[in-house]
Design a protein around this ligand. Structure first.
Ligand SMILES: [Zn+2]
Length: 163
């Protein structure tokens, strides 16, 4: 089973199926199950369970088997999670995260920021100067914001992803 606490895996799955979808994956019963059974044991609404299963199936992370009841003729859909193919998807996800972080890092490094001490807004120097360094929302004096700690955070995150 994959590590659902791994931030890349978690982030990827949340982007794919949302927080509730991730909850469903975490609490999914073992073996082949119907969508109703998943709803029963996870407490997640049936339409969300169905939507999550559909998305997982499209991304080759869940398989579905149809079974026909010989007497009634009804079809039953049996679902199993299969995360064995997630690795190539995670490699792509990592690349996407690294690209976004690099863009963010360059933006932080190339600009000087001012922010409202009340937390209303954050602006680049030229935008703040257009507002005469007054917060357009509350009128407070905007303060120079040293973003070095934030930059270091992004760099650390990049390092850990690139390893
Ligand atoms: Zn303000």
């Amino acid at each position: 089973m994959i590590d659902l606490n791994n931030p890349v895996i978690r982030g990827y799955l949340i982007r794919l199926v949302g927080e509730e979808g991730l909850e469903m994956i975490k609490n999914m019963p073992e073996g082949e199950v119907t969508d109703e059974k998943i709803t029963e044991s996870t407490g997640i609404l049936l339409n969300i369970v169905r939507r999550t299963l559909f998305i997982l199936n499209e991304n080759k992370l869940a398989v579905c088997r149809r079974e026909r009841d010989s007497s009634s003729g009804w079809l039953t859909y049996l679902w199993t999670l299969d995360m064995s193919d997630i690795e190539p998807q995670l490699v792509k996800e990592k690349k996407r995260l690294i690209k976004n972080l690099r863009t963010r890092l360059a933006f932080e490094e190339d600009n000087v920021f001012y922010s409202c001490p009340e937390g209303c807004t954050r602006m680049k120097f030229n935008e703040a100067s257009e507002c005469e360094f007054l917060c357009p929302l509350c009128g407070e004096d905007m303060m120079f914001e040293d973003n070095i700690i934030f930059i270091k955070k992004i760099q650390k995150r990049l390092e850990s992803l690139e390893n």
